[in-house]
Every structure is written in structure tokens, then in C-alpha cells.
Design a binder for this molecule. Structure first.
Ligand SMILES: [Zn+2]
Length: 264
């Protein structure tokens, strides 16, 4: 049994960033939720599925996890109303240094209009799981141990202080991790972590490298249905997975040559 964990970024017709290939329009997102509901899928938070994987409990049938990275303001404006309308839940991974009113803790360069604390708290009150997505969105696998530890602990603590609950979930920026990153994530008290990888989550998977399937502007109905059903990976995702692997090599080379991180 496998559970698809879908990865979204912006839900916006006119993305606030130049990385529009990841932005899914509200219309497409609504159609995807309608498909899930119509076909008897139940949405779970990533922590619920991670807990099932950790204990060996049977994974629910026709389960799917919707995750949102970065903490764009359109999650509150576009995604949350649709999730409410269709009775779906989700996990929102927030880069804490980018939060609109994070004040003195601001870190990194915001890629667009980001969520404010009140909106994150409102989403949590609605049953949305809030997870960490680091503090300044660096490539964690490129950091020294001290900075790595700070990235993973500061984001967790800020979220826990604001929400008044524990934050067991982490999503690696760009999906990048390493043995060292996963070890520090465990030490920081996380219960699970999501990567990218474009594969299904299954009991054989490492809880600290849960793979996710990217949903983006170019994800058509066919690819989405394949991803949600978990029966087989479509050619689209197979091609994507090869790109992911190839890209990692390109990125490493580029990081060495220029020192400039590449956003994904
Ligand atoms: Zn991100």
C-alpha cells in the first residue's frame, strides 16, 4: 500500500514570483479537489500518515496527502477556502524567516507575498497541519552543522510558540537532504520529514525522506489522476523523477562553480 503525498507551492492564477511553473491555478486546484472527493479519496495530514508508517498501522485506503511549501499568502486566500469547501485537510510547510510579520526574525529573501502569523494560526485552527520548512530556506545539505541545527530548531520553536502545539513535521527546502541533515532533523525532535523525489510513500520508505509528487502548472488531469490513485506512476512522473536525479548533479556542480543556490 502506498500513499501519494502531493506537493504544491502557489495556488494562484497570477503568481507573485517568476517561478510560475510551480503555480497551480485556483481553477485547476478546485478541479483536483473535486476529483479526489468524487472518487472517494480521503485527505490526511502528513503527520497522520507518518504516524501510521512509524507504527506499522495499516495505511488507509484511497488516502492522499496534500502539502504546500513555503507559506505563500495565496494559501490563505485561495487554497484554504477550497479545502474548506471540499472538506479536505492539508499540511502547510512554512519557512518561518519569510513570514510576513515575523519582524526581527526575518531571514532570507521572500519569493513573493507570504502568510502572516494570524493566517497561519487560522489555518491551524481549521485543522491544517503546520510543519516547518526551515527558517531561511537554504540548501540544508550544503550547511555546516551549527547553521544546519539553527535552521531546523529555530523554525520549529517559532511555530510551536505561535501555535501552542508541537510541530512534528519538516519539509526540506528544495527537497534536499543528506545523512547529516536527516540526523539533525531527528535530534531536533521532528517525527518525520518530506523530501521531493516524485515517488509514493510506502512502509519501506525512510520516515525522514518521505517522497512527494510535484503538482505544478503543467500537471494535467491524466497525470493528476495517476498520482492520486497510486496505481502506477505516469510517464510524466517517471520523466520528472529522472529530471530530479539529473538536476541534483547539475545543482551540485553549479553550487561548486558559482556558489549560487538554484530554487526548485
Ligand atoms: Zn520551499
Amino acid at each position: 500500500m502506498t500513499v501519494p503525498i502531493l506537493m504544491y507551492h502557489e495556488i494562484s492564477a497570477r503568481p507573485d514570483t517568476t517561478f510560475s511553473r510551480l503555480a497551480v491555478t485556483p481553477q485547476a486546484f478546485a478541479a483536483q479537489l473535486e476529483y479526489l472527493v468524487k472518487h472517494g479519496f480521503t485527505t490526511f495530514t502528513a503527520s497522520a500518515i507518518a504516524a501510521a508508517l512509524a507504527t506499522g498501522a495499516p495505511l488507509p485506503e484511497r488516502a492522499v496527502v496534500l502539502t504546500f511549501d513555503d507559506g505563500f499568502a495565496d494559501f490563505h486566500e485561495r487554497a484554504l477556502p477550497l479545502l474548506r469547501q471540499y472538506g479536505c485537510t492539508a499540511t502547510l510547510f512554512v519557512t518561518t524567516g519569510w513570514i510576513a510579520d515575523v519582524g526581527q526574525h526575518a531571514a532570507g529573501r521572500r519569493p513573493g507575498r507570504m502568510l502572516a502569523w494570524s493566517q497561519i494560526i487560522e489555518a491551524a485552527a481549521d485543522g491544517i497541519e503546520i510543519g516547518a520548512h526551515s527558517h531561511a530556506h537554504p540548501q540544508l545539505d550544503q550547511l555546516g552543522r551549527k547553521r544546519l541545527r539553527a535552521e531546523l530548531t529555530v523554525s520549529k520553536r517559532l511555530l510551536e510558540d505561535a501555535l501552542g502545539t508541537s510541530v512534528p513535521g519538516l519539509a526540506y527546502p528544495f527537497g534536499y537532504s543528506s545523512v547529516a541533515v536527516r540526523r539533525v532533523a531527528i535530534e531536533a525532535g521532528y517525527a518525520y520529514a518530506c523530501a521531493a523525489g516524485n515517488a509514493m510513500a510506502s512502509p519501506q520508505r525512510d520516515l525522514f525522506a518521505l517522497p512527494r509528487l510535484t503538482v505544478k502548472a503543467s500537471t494535467g488531469e491524466g497525470a493528476f489522476c495517476h498520482a492520486a490513485s497510486g496505481q502506477s506512476l505516469s510517464k510524466v512522473y517517471r520523466a520528472d523523477r529522472m529530471l530530479t536525479k539529473g538536476w541534483a548533479v547539475v545543482r551540485r556542480t553549479r553550487a561548486i562553480v558559482t556558489g549560487v543556490p538554484v530554487r526548485a
